[in-house]
Design a binder for this molecule. Structure first.
Ligand SMILES: [Zn+2]
Length: 81
C-alpha cells in the first residue's frame, strides 16, 4: 500500500533528480569557465620580443648580441644567426 510518506519521498526524489539535471550543465559551465580563466591567466610570451624590428642588425637568438646585417654567424658566440 502506498502511503503519503511514500508519495512524499517519491516527490522529493524526483525533484532532487530534476534539480541535479538542471545543475549539472551549470556546474560544467562553471568548471569550463574556470579552466578558461586559468589558461588566460598564464602569461603568453610576447611576440614582439622574438623579432624586434627597431634594432640595427641581426640579434643573436642564442646570446642576444646584435650583429651587423650580412653576418650569418654571431660574432659573440659563433653560432648561426
Ligand atoms: Zn650569439
Amino acid at each position: 500500500m502506498v502511503t503519503a510518506g511514500d508519495l512524499y519521498l517519491l516527490a522529493v526524489t524526483v525533484m532532487a533528480l530534476v534539480a541535479l539535471a538542471v545543475a549539472i550543465p551549470v556546474l560544467l559551465d562553471i568548471v569550463r569557465e574556470g579552466r578558461e580563466r586559468l589558461r588566460q591567466g598564464r602569461p603568453e610570451p610576447p611576440v614582439e620580443a622574438e623579432e624586434p624590428d627597431d634594432i640595427d642588425g641581426v640579434q643573436c637568438r642564442h646570446c642576444g648580441t646584435v650583429n651587423d646585417d650580412g653576418y650569418a654567424y654571431c660574432e659573440e658566440c659563433s653560432r648561426q644567426l
